[in-house]
Design a protein around this ligand. Structure first.
Ligand SMILES: CC(C)(COP(=O)(O)OP(=O)(O)OC[C@H]1O[C@@H](n2cnc3c(N)ncnc32)[C@H](O)[C@@H]1OP(=O)(O)O)[C@@H](O)C(=O)NCCC(=O)NCCS
Length: 183
């Protein structure tokens, strides 16, 4: 997928070195609930076992094939069924040197379009921990609306509870927003 400034492409094991450099930063993972990577072996494990979903993408700046971050639509199955649900969840992180340039809102908007137009989704969810104001801003910029708070969301990698905020963007709201943008 392509936006004005970005290419979203599948992640490969060749990205491990670059992802490790960005993911070892103590300011990145903990805000999203994961521990900074300790070595490249751990990054390779994560590429193989966590960043392996069908809708998980390396976010790259045009003209440079190295990832600056990761964005994913996490697909779900319907309850008690193998059938794919028409609701999914957006997740993302960006290397610290690239913060504050609107990169993740740009990548997220393209993934949201992809979810509704190409994958036939009816709802996209997105969450953040209450203290993560940066991520809250990304979700506001993408048109998500507040849905509910989880006062005690368990964060396994830190063995602690945090307040989780869950936001929702429905296809209907997204279409209205697109119509307003195109007015
Ligand atoms: C959340 C994140 C993806 C935002 O991506 P981004 O492309 O920088 O998003 P934006 O450029 O729109 O910036 C969002 C907000 O971050 C804040 N911000 C910008 N630059 C910043 C910096 N250098 N340091 C701290 N905060 C900063 C600003 O409040 C900004 O909002 P504004 O545009 O209204 O001023 C990125 O900060 C990140 O990866 N954080 C760590 C991992 C994480 O939180 N993942 C999401 C888990 S839910």
């Amino acid at each position: 997928m392509e936006t004005e400034r970005l290419i979203l492409r599948p992640i490969t094991e060749e990205d491990a070195e670059r992802i490790f450099v960005l993911a070892k930063d103590p300011d990145v993972g903990p805000m999203a609930g994961w521990v900074p990577h300790k070595n490249i072996g751990e990054t390779l494990y994560v590429i193989r076992n966590v960043l392996n979903g069908p809708e998980c993408y390396a976010v790259c700046l045009k003209g440079d094939d190295r990832p600056v971050g990761i964005a994913e639509l996490m697909l779900r199955t319907k309850p008690d069924s193998d059938e794919l649900s028409d609701e999914c969840e957006l997740g993302y992180w960006l290397g610290k040197p690239y913060w504050g340039q609107g990169i993740m809102p740009e990548a997220s908007k393209e993934l949201i379009r992809h979810a509704f137009e190409d994958l036939g989704m009816s709802k996209v969810w997105c969450g953040h921990y209450a203290e993560n104001k940066q991520s809250a801003r990304v979700q506001e910029k993408c048109g998500f609306r507040y849905h509910h708070t989880e006062p005690n969301r368990f964060v396994p990698q830190f063995n602690e509870y945090r307040v989780g905020i869950n936001n929702l963007l429905t296809k209907e709201d997204w279409e209205k927003r697109q119509a307003d943008i195109n007015k």
